[in-house]
Structure formats: structure tokens, C-alpha cells
Design a protein around this ligand. Structure first.
Ligand SMILES: [Zn+2]
Length: 119
């Protein structure tokens, strides 16, 4: 698969939005909850990208909440993610993902998926 290289050349005009200082709420692309932190989910897993000769930084990513990201990686194999679930649309259309999203939307966004520390 080939990716257009034109995207990397638009440096002369500084029309890029400065994403580093944005303070808008973070919204998970999959469950659409507003969460304190997002993780960059590689739509094509890094390992699969390597096989195709694509550098990790050139792989498409979406911002997901840690719960969704963890779910995808514990449910699907790298192969499945790389071939049939490599777009946000494909993930959203997947029946298993839909079930998870339905469930996770009822969970409080601030509840961490990691072990709780002292209160
Ligand atoms: Zn999510």
C-alpha cells in the first residue's frame, strides 16, 4: 500500500494548527467519551507497518481512550487490526466493537482502567 507523500511537504505555509497547546476536551474517537487522557492508537499496528516498510511515525493513528485501546489490542490480533480493522470506520462497524462501545459508554470516563491507588 502506498501513501501519498504530499502531506509531508506542506511545511512552507505555516497553516498547521498548533496541537500542542490545545486545551479542548479530549474525546475518544470510538466511544466518544470525554476523557482525561487519550492514547494514540495505530490503525495499522506498528509491527504490521514494519512488514510493509512503513515507519511508525507514518502510520495513521486515532486518539482513543485507554479503555478502547486496551480492548482492541486484547480482542483482535495484529493481523486482524492490520487487514480488516485498519480504519476508524471499520472499527465502528464491527459488531464486537459496537457491543464494547455500548458498554463502555455507561462507564464513568474518569474511572481509570489501571489499578486504583490510595484515595
Ligand atoms: Zn473510548
Amino acid at each position: 500500500m502506498h501513501y501519498p507523500s504530499c502531506m509531508a511537504r506542506r511545511n512552507s505555509q505555516s497553516t498547521w494548527p498548533d496541537t500542542s497547546t490545545q486545551t479542548q476536551p479530549l474525546t475518544c474517537a470510538l466511544c466518544e467519551r470525554e476523557v482525561p487522557e487519550l492514547v494514540q492508537h495505530h490503525l495499522i499496528p506498528i509491527l504490521a507497518g514494519k512488514r510493509k516498510g512503513i515507519k511508525p511515525q507514518d502510520l495513521p493513528t486515532v486518539g482513543l481512550c485507554p479503555a478502547c485501546q486496551q480492548y482492541l489490542h486484547s480482542t483482535f490480533s495484529i493481523n486482524e487490526l492490520a487487514t480488516s480493522l485498519n480504519t476508524l470506520e471499520a472499527l465502528q462497524a464491527d459488531e464486537q466493537v459496537q457491543k464494547f462501545v455500548k458498554w463502555v459508554r455507561k462507564q464513568p470516563a474518569t474511572k481509570g482502567v489501571k489499578a486504583k491507588g490510595r484515595e
